[in-house]
Design a protein around this ligand. Structure first.
Ligand code: ADP
Length: 573
């Protein structure tokens, strides 16, 4: 039965036929040898022989044979043990081992196996390349022995958890110590294996050296962090859009520029929607151009702020490309120029004002001198004197204005140097009052200085300029006349000096901005009082240069008092 099963023939096909007829032996010489051996020794044992079976397939059988006597006849009794499957399995195993060997040798990773205690039961030769150890130095150790102590403890705990959870896939990043002491960053991945009873036997997997990759990643991360920090701290607003103009990234300055509180309020919105209506068409055109030509454009737009206001910016944009070189969006840099525009406007106004202030007195001076020159013969002595005095007065105010301008430009350029000496404030005040009195007969000047005031260490000419500016204002802004008082008192380490008038006064709102750059208040402009809005600014610069402060107390309609302090000790630079 077994023979029939093995060969695929039926009984009738075999019985009575000669073996040669069936082409049974793959190798007929082998058969001839078997017959010879049988003849000589009476038996053979377990020879591996190959046979053709009915289907033509070749199978391998362990062949034993003996000469036996059945009745009168000598017969050869063959026993075939088909071992084809076993042979195939062995072959497959050999191949798979060969494959594994090739793999362990060609991969740059090393392959390991650990039991549930984490003890290495196998290490592939590549471990030598990675960690400097021979495989036999590794087996018996645990991975944790190959790590810096802290790391080893930590990873051992993690391994316990993984073993506890039985089947989970193992993936860890850890640090190993190379035999020579170097730190190697390793990526470990493995899978559990189970014994015949389904119990966890351990893990098998590979360790990969990712030190270089980590270093590169770290370098990249650092670079990115630096760029991000620069991006965020830039005072210019930077916005990145996609090709449709939707915001994909912005820095803090952009959020501030638009008056929002967080980036999320703006990300995803279209850049055009954040530009005021009247500039939108031009902006769309510029954006299209930048996207098309990749060019950088410089243009001014007004942007919308959260509260519905506007902010003027100067923007430039550059094209961003994706990995394949196609346009991916734009990066725009915007600078807030609202302040600059305001200053520009202020400057223009100021130049206009100063030119006017310069021309008016000059006209008077020239007119007077020309009259004296051409009409000399017809003018009385008194008339000539009056004309020249007018000219002198106007020349004086011209020179005053120019001095103020000079002081300001020195202060601006940080070149306001003081020439200090011990100064008696009363003398200086006296001089400034006299100068002012010559211009105004409508006012009564009162000096109020307590006896025995100490001298201050100050720049005499500058103190006089401060007082003269304040007195001039007191005269200008109390058109109805009245009393103008100059006083001083000692207060701690400071001398407080004041000039008060009974004039039009200043509203609390205006008081706050009085000492700013080129500030003239609406009232004084309306009333046609001359002035360039320089005096108080000059006072402030000079007082501060002395280390003092200046302020005002005033009630509209009742008058104003301007105070300033000068330290008794010399703190000026
Ligand atoms: P100006 O050349 O216009 O006088 P100032 O800087 O001296 O420039 O003064 C600034 C503004 O402060 C003046 O335009 C005026 O509106 C206001 N001001 C200054 N002094 C007085 C004062 N004593 N009384 C009322 N207003 C004053």
């Amino acid at each position: 039965e077994s023979l029939l099963h093995m060969t695929g023939y039926c009984r009738e096909e075999l019985i009575g036929r000669k073996r040669g007829e069936l082409g049974f032996w793959v190798n007929p010489e082998n058969h001839a040898r078997i017959v010879q051996v049988l003849h000589d020794q009476g038996q053979i044992r377990d020879r591996e022989e190959e046979f053709h079976i009915k289907s033509g397939e070749i199978r391998t059988a362990l062949t034993s044979a003996e000469i036996v006597q059945i009745g009168d006849e000598l017969c050869a009794l063959y026993i075939f043990n088909d071992i084809t499957e076993r042979k195939r399995a062995e072959e497959a195993l050999r191949e798979s081992e060969e494959r594994f060997r090739a793999l362990t040798e060609t991969t740059s990773d090393w392959i390991w196996e650990v039991n549930t205690d984490g003890v290495y039961t196998y290490a592939s030769p590549k471990v030598k390349d990675l960690l400097g150890y021979e495989p036999k130095e590794i087996t018996g150790k645990t991975p944790f022995d190959l790590m810096p102590p802290e790391e080893g403890k930590h990873i051992a705990e993690e391994f316990q958890v993984i073993v506890g959870s039985q089947s989970s896939f193992l993936r860890l990043e850890n640090i190993n110590l190379h035999k020579d002491g170097r730190l190697i960053v390793v990526e470990t991945s493995g899978e559990p294996f189970f014994d015949a009873n389904g119990r966890l036997g351990g893990y098998r997997g590979i360790d990969r050296d990712i030190t270089e990759r980590k270093r590169a990643e770290e370098a990249l991360r650092e670079k990115e962090e630096k760029l991000r920090a620069t991006f965020e701290t830039m005072s210019d607003a930077i916005a990145v859009t996609d090709v449709s103009g939707n915001l994909v990234d912005i820095n803090e300055a952009t959020v501030r520029l638009h008056g929002y509180r967080q980036k999320e309020d703006l990300i995803g919105r279209n850049a055009l929607d954040l530009i005021v209506e009247r500039d939108r068409a031009k902006a769309a055109e510029d954006i299209g151009k930048a996207l098309g030509e990749g060019s950088i454009t410089l243009a001014e737009y007004a942007l919308l702020t959260e509260d519905g206001g506007e902010v003027e910016v100067e923007a430039s944009a550059a094209l961003l490309r994706d990995g394949s070189g196609n346009p991916a969006g734009l990066i725009a840099v915007m600078r807030d120029i609202t302040e600059r525009k305001k200053v520009d406007q202020l400057k223009d106004e100021f130049i206009g004002l100063v030119s006017h202030e310069l021309r008016t007195p000059l006209t008077v001076v020239m007119g007077a001198i020309n009259t004296v020159l051409s009409e000399q013969a017809y003018l009385s002595q008194e008339e000539t004197r009056q004309l020249l005095q007018d000219a002198a007065g106007e020349a004086e105010s011209l020179s005053h204005l120019l001095e103020n301008l000079l002081e300001l430009s020195r202060a601006q350029a940080d070149r306001l140097f003081l020439y200090t000496e011990p100064v008696h404030i009363e003398n200086v005040a006296q001089y400034a009052v006299e100068k002012t009195r010559q211009q105004s007969s409508a006012h009564r000047f009162v000096m109020d200085f307590p006896k025995g005031l100490p001298s201050v260490h100050a720049d005499q000419l500058r103190l006089e300029r401060i007082l003269y500016n304040l007195l001039e204002n007191a005269v200008k802004y109390s058109p109805q006349g009245g009393e103008i008082r100059v006083f001083a008192k000692l207060e701690g380490e400071y001398l407080v000096i004041g000039v008060s008038d009974q004039g039009i006064g200043i509203s609390p709102h205006d008081q706050a901005r009085l000492f700013g750059v080129f500030q003239r208040l609406e009232d004084s402009r309306l009333k046609g009082v001359k002035g360039a809005g320089l005096g108080l600014l000059v006072c402030r610069r000079l007082v501060e240069a002395h280390g003092g402060q200046i302020w005002v107390q005033s009630e509209p309609g009742l008058g104003s008092t301007f105070f300033f302090t000068v330290p008794l000790r010399d703190v000026a630079t």
